[in-house]
Design a protein around this ligand. Structure first.
Ligand code: 0O2
Length: 233
């Protein structure tokens, strides 16, 4: 049987349809949904945003300042992770609802050495007239109870296609190397299933201490940098 016989031709059809989760997953399985088109929009948003940060990084070096960005990592959220989020929010996973409810399908992580660079870069980025801020979550000023720190910006960026311009949502996470190092380890712990509750509590507690200590280091290193730079003027 031709798998694509009943293919849904456009994202508009999906937005209009009222599929159950099982039907939706089945449709993906049978390649009936133009997911490639859907995810391509997010890939394009990542390219636009990455370029904006790379341009800013270059400009800082022209001005004789050191490059603030150590590295940029980007990813498209996996289907599994999208569906877990939709289930947690108790929303039907149609592409229309996914687009509306999941703001980090396109994720861009900008890692810097110093905290002040994070805020400076975020300001420069948000001042650009084609970037629309939807939400800012400052987990550096207000860390999560487990110690997680990063600046999150949910934005919309236009992508220019053959016959249309589309606004696409993306999540930018800005953090220091220390925050990134910590978050990677904590992420591993989150997905570790076979630890005893005692061990889990102990590691969670230790990670919280590490987060607080590394935040203190970030502040001290920033102070040292500021003193060195003010002495050069
Ligand atoms: P992954 O694997 O990175 O995709 P919302 O996105 O608003 O519906 P949420 O989770 O409250 O819901 O948003 P928030 O707090 O802004 O977190 C979004 C992302 O930040 C997470 O994506 C993680 O990448 C990162 N993050 C947030 N809190 C933590 C934390 O405590 N530890 C670590 N390591 N990362 C965190 P996902 O979808 O959870 O995961």
């Amino acid at each position: 049987m031709d798998k694509n016989k009943n293919a849904i031709k456009s994202l508009h059809d999906i937005a209009e349809s009222d599929m159950s989760e099982t039907e939706f997953l089945q449709a993906i399985e049978n390649n009936m949904i133009p997911l490639k088109e859907f995810f391509t929009y997010y890939k394009c948003a990542i390219m636009e945003i990455e370029t904006k940060f790379r341009v800013l990084n270059e400009q800082f070096s022209i001005n004789g300042e050191s490059n603030p960005i150590e590295f940029i990592q980007s990813r498209i959220k996996s289907y599994g992770s999208i569906f877990r989020k939709m289930t947690a929010k108790n929303v039907q996973p149609s592409l229309y609802e996914i687009e509306k409810n999941v703001s980090d399908i396109a994720g861009i992580r900008v890692v810097c050495s110093f905290v002040q660079d994070i805020y400076h870069l975020a300001d420069c980025f948000l001042r650009q007239d084609d970037i629309f801020l939807i939400e800012k979550k400052d987990y550096i000023k207000n860390p999560k109870p487990n110690g997680y720190r990063s600046l999150h910006l949910i934005v919309e960026v236009p992508i220019f296609l053959e016959n249309e311009k589309r606004l696409v949502k993306a999540e930018v996470q800005l953090r220091t190397i220390a925050m990134d190092f910590w978050a990677s380890l904590e992420h591993k712990l989150r997905y570790k299933k076979n630890l005893s509750q005692n061990m889990l509590d102990m590691l969670t507690d230790d990670l919280k201490k590490c987060a607080d200590q590394s935040a203190e280091w970030d502040i001290r290193m920033q102070n040292i940098k500021n003193i060195i730079e003010s002495d050069q003027e």
